[in-house]
Design a protein around this ligand. Structure first.
Ligand code: ADP
Ligand code: MG
Length: 443
């Protein structure tokens, strides 16, 4: 692209102009229709802004019909396409003689509060995220998100980072997965740069650590994280963590970490209801400029109910199917496209979330109680029934079922299944309940 632009200007401009305005310029990055270039002086920047950028836009629009924008930046200015580095990392990155071993923080620019659809299952998590972004370190420290795969934990964490940087561009924001933290730590030992590691992780204003369930087997990393946590906490720096289950359900997580994680606020994210799923699809379709009728969106939202990533995947699939077959997107086309998806075994006819929903409604208890740990009889029995039905009516594995019930062990699922199958042979009330529920579910 840059070569093409240079060639075009070469034809248009005098040699002197060309050498002044183009030769001294370095293309940095092209992404999402934005071309970032680096110019040597402020005067270059002004000239590009006032003059050349527009010419490039027209040039590209005329030749390939794509509307791009050009942003000129000075060498010392940040690349607007890269959301944030922690400043220590930037310093390390600039000093080429000192190769960095720690990765930069790059927040995904699609994961913002603006693009996050609020629904019943994530409302509390969303509100807590916003509070933490606006008043880091003050109220909920640490903030802990837990919930199933694809429900928006990572999205919210990035959104906090974006928001904090918008409020305070100087803030040091660091996002890592627990694996990246572990890798950085191990590398720092291997390369004898533990000082650097500590400085990096303990000097941030906001530390986001995603998927901490993967700390499970890593003793040394947990030890280091414990100290990182304490240092940040004592400094009133905000810590945000996520996991697919509650801290005390993460196997082999040190007790002292579990207890620290409880100092702040833990919020769970539960699968979105139908309205929220439709809203998410609508947003996504609009963002991608797809023209999809409402009833088709509702249909898709009705097919996939527990994982937003899969929901988005289904939309992409329907769209791809439509362009492959050169047919407009309609509900029946969507049904065709998603039928294949089902044959691939990605979603089963009845999902665990639906079972939970029906069982919770049937017994008038909340989904969070159903997935929770309360041991009172009027919750334990519906919970066992729901697990039993999940085992009977879906292809989900035992660990997967346990996971969907707030991260319980597979042995709990086996136990529940045995208990209910046993009781079914004698208990006619139970037989009736199971029959009703099955009928509901097969509708
Ligand atoms: P998790 O980290 O919980 O597994 P992600 O944050 O990666 O889930 O979310 C999976 C996908 O679903 C992402 O593309 C994300 O943008 C999208 N998503 C999740 N929740 C929402 C929401 N409430 N509104 C819009 N998109 C969402
Ligand atoms: Mg995630």
């Amino acid at each position: 692209l840059w070569q093409y632009i240079c060639d075009e200007f070469n034809k248009k401009l005098s040699t002197i102009s060309y050498n002044t305005w183009l030769k001294a310029v370095k293309p940095i990055q092209f992404k999402s229709n934005m071309l970032v270039i680096e110019v040597p002086t402020a005067l270059h920047k002004d000239y590009w802004k006032a003059n050349l950028s527009k010419q490039v836009t027209t040039m590209i629009a005329d030749s390939i019909g794509q509307k791009i924008t050009v942003v000129a930046k000075l060498p010392e200015e940040p690349n607007p396409l890269v959301n944030s580095y922690t400043s220590t990392n930037t310093a390390v990155a600039r000093d080429a003689s000192r190769p960095t071993f720690m990765r930069e923080t790059k927040l995904n620019d699609k994961y913002t509060f603006e693009t996050f659809v609020i629904g019943k299952g994530n409302q509390m998590a969303h509100a807590a995220a916003l509070v933490v972004a606006e008043e880091p370190g003050a109220l909920y420290n640490p903030l802990f998100f837990f919930g199933g795969v694809g429900l928006g934990k990572t999205h919210l964490m990035h959104a906090i980072g974006h928001q904090m940087l918008a409020n305070n561009p100087q803030a040091k924001v660091k996002y890592v997965t627990s694996e990246a933290f572990a890798n950085d730590f191990i590398n720092s030992i291997q390369t004898k740069r533990q000082e650097e590691f500590r400085k990096e992780y303990r000097s941030v204003d906001l530390l986001l650590v995603d998927d901490i369930q993967f700390f499970a087997d890593k003793e040394g990393t947990q030890e280091e994280f414990f100290h990182t946590f304490n240092a940040l906490y004592d400094d009133k720096k905000q810590i945000v963590l996520s996991s697919d289950r509650l801290p005390n359900e993460i196997p082999k997580l040190q007790k002292r970490l579990v207890s620290r994680f409880k100092w702040g606020l833990s919020v769970d994210i539960t699968p979105p209801d139908l309205e929220t799923r439709i809203a998410i699809l609508r947003n996504k379709a609009d963002a991608d400029r797809l023209d999809i009728p409402d009833d088709t969106l509702s249909y898709i939202a009705g097919q996939i109910d527990s994982n937003i990533r899969e929901l988005e995947g289904a939309l992409v699939r329907v769209q791809a199917y439509s362009s492959m077959t050169h047919m407009p997107v309609t509900t029946s086309l969507a049904a065709d496209a998603l039928k294949n998806l089902k044959l691939n075994g990605k979603t089963s006819e009845i999902s665990i979330a639906v079972i939970q929903d029906k069982v919770a409604k049937y017994y008038r208890i909340s989904i969070s109680d159903l997935k929770g740990k309360k041991r009172v009889k009027n919750i334990v029995i519906p919970r066992q029934i729901a697990m039993y039905l999940a085992r009977e009516l879906t292809d989900a594995s035992l660990p997967k079922i346990g996971h969907e019930f707030g991260g319980k062990d597979h042995t709990t699922v086996i136990h529940a299944h045995e208990k209910i199958s046993g009781a079914l042979t004698t208990d006619s009330d139970l037989q009736r309940a199971i029959n009703d529920l099955k009928g509901e579910l097969k509708k």
